[in-house]
Design a protein around this ligand. Structure first.
Ligand SMILES: Cc1cc2nc3c(=O)[nH]c(=O)nc-3n(C[C@H](O)[C@H](O)[C@H](O)COP(=O)(O)OP(=O)(O)OC[C@H]3O[C@@H](n4cnc5c(N)ncnc54)[C@H](O)[C@@H]3O)c2cc1C
Length: 400
């Protein structure tokens, strides 16, 4: 293999480039990225960057010397419009074509939107997926002192945005369709803990209710959001609305390529698609795990997956299976939450150290006598130990 094109210039794409070099590939690497920026880190966008406590420069995933060392060609601000896996040609939105011996798909995800919050949305309606999104939200909050913020969706990013907006002094209401925040991910007991975190900080929470429409006033470029109508008929006034209802994998550009796509790019256990010279990594990759096809939307996965995908790409076949370390974190309201494993599969959850009320604890999720997940709040040390133990158990076949 003499050349590789990486499509997607974010965390997973960057790690793929690093892995190619680390694994001895000395051929040509081209990277295609729709955003006009070199790879940057997204987690601070809903936290420190939105808060105004970190600079854009500090978001960079690599400094100049490190990038020079990688000796890759960066095609930024240009979209991959299609892929022909037979010739491994990627057609770009500016009419150019990049052809290589191998392809890494690292196109991540796009923020999901509600009707009325797409291109035609009124001013004041935001998502937080990209740097440009975060810049726009931050500017809007700065321009509208004590703006009332409604966050739609109480998932990880919704909760973080709510927490940051609250810390900035804005009145915040979260609207969540489920019965409690993160109820499916963490189970009802720990969802209650998340509910109380929001309440502690004076964030209003409307659960079990969907969004019917967005209201606005003005017209043309002066049209601005005024609130959110819920499906129980109530109206929540808002000056700023943040839609945090998850992502959809960025696979549209693969239409007609022959690469199977179903809620992500379908891959085998080593992140290899039906074409051995095309692999997928990060939020877009739906690989075959021990429990069936799975796709993760977390930093650690996007960071780790490239090692396996690149090894298999360079080998021309699947010589290694991907085993995620299965870890993610969230910072909200001054606490750090850390999760590993599959809490959603558990039959029971037990606090094994500390207390939720004290905002420092570790909880173990168990099923059929085995630990299947761990959740910690402000207790990284014990979390780390239990995580290692759980992984050791997994390696012996307990099935996480
Ligand atoms: C606000 C925010 C906070 C987060 N906080 C946490 C956290 O606290 N903990 C945690 O574990 N995870 C967190 N995450 C998740 C983590 O950042 C993602 O899992 C990670 O960014 C995924 O990396 P990726 O490279 O797979 O995809 P992405 O980061 O989505 O990057 C994909 C890139 O591909 C580009 N692209 C898409 N289509 C094309 C195309 N056709 N042609 C060219 N380029 C294309 C996109 O523009 C994008 O730059 C957070 C994410 C966000 C948005």
């Amino acid at each position: 293999m003499r050349s590789v094109v990486v499509v997607g210039a974010s965390l997973a794409g960057m790690r793929a480039v690093e892995e190619l070099r680390a694994q001895g590939f000395d051929g040509r690497i081209s990277v295609v990225g729709e955003e006009p920026y070199l790879p940057y880190d997204r987690p601070p966008l809903s936290k420190a960057y939105l808060m105004g406590t970190c600079s854009p420069e500090s978001l960079a995933l690599a400094d100049e010397p490190a990038l020079d060392e990688l000796a890759a060609e960066w095609h930024l601000g240009v979209r991959a419009d299609s892929l022909d896996p037979g010739t491994r040609s990627v057609r770009l939105s500016d009419g150019r074509e990049v052809t290589a011996d191998g392809v890494v798909i690292a196109t991540g995800g796009l923020a999901r939107r509600l009707p009325g919050t797409g291109e035609e949305r009124p001013a004041g309606v935001h998502t937080v997926r990209t740097f440009d999104d975060a810049v726009a939200l931050r500017a809007d909050l700065e321009d509208h002192d004590s703006a009332r913020v409604v966050v739609i969706g109480a998932g990880w990013i919704g909760a973080e945005v709510a927490s940051t907006c609250r810390a900035l002094g804005h009145p915040v209401t979260i609207v969540e369709g489920d019965t409690a925040p993160l109820a499916r991910a963490l189970g009802p007991t720990m969802a209650e803990v998340c509910t109380s975190l929001h309440a502690d900080h004076g964030v209003g929470l409307r659960t079990g209710v969907g969004v019917e429409s967005i209201t606005s006033s003005g017209f043309g470029p002066w049209k601005r959001v005024t609130g959110v109508v819920l499906d129980d008929g109530s109206h929540v006034p808002a000056d700023v609305v943040v839609v945090g209802i998850g992502i959809r994998p960025a696979t549209d550009w693969l239409a007609g390529s022959g690469i199977p796509v179903d809620n992500g790019v379908l891959c085998d256990s080593g992140c290899v698609t039906v074409f051995p010279s095309v692999v997928a990594v990060g939020d877009v990759a739906r690989y075959h795990g021990p429990r069936g096809p799975v796709r993760h939307e977390h930093w650690t996965n996007a960071s780790e997956q490239a090692a396996t995908a690149v090894r298999n790409l360079l080998a021309g076949t699947t010589v290694e299976e991907y085993r995620p370390s299965g870890y993610f974190w969230s910072d909200q309201y001054g606490v750090r939450l850390q999760v590993t494993g599959h809490p959603a599969d558990a039959e029971e959850v037990t606090v094994v150290d500390g207390s939720p009320e004290g905002r420092r604890f570790v909880a173990e999720y168990r099923r059929a006598g085995s630990t299947v997940g761990v959740l910690a709040m402000n207790n990284p040390k014990l979390f780390g130990r239990l995580r290692r133990q759980m992984r050791a158990g997994t390696a012996q076949g307990s099935g996480v």
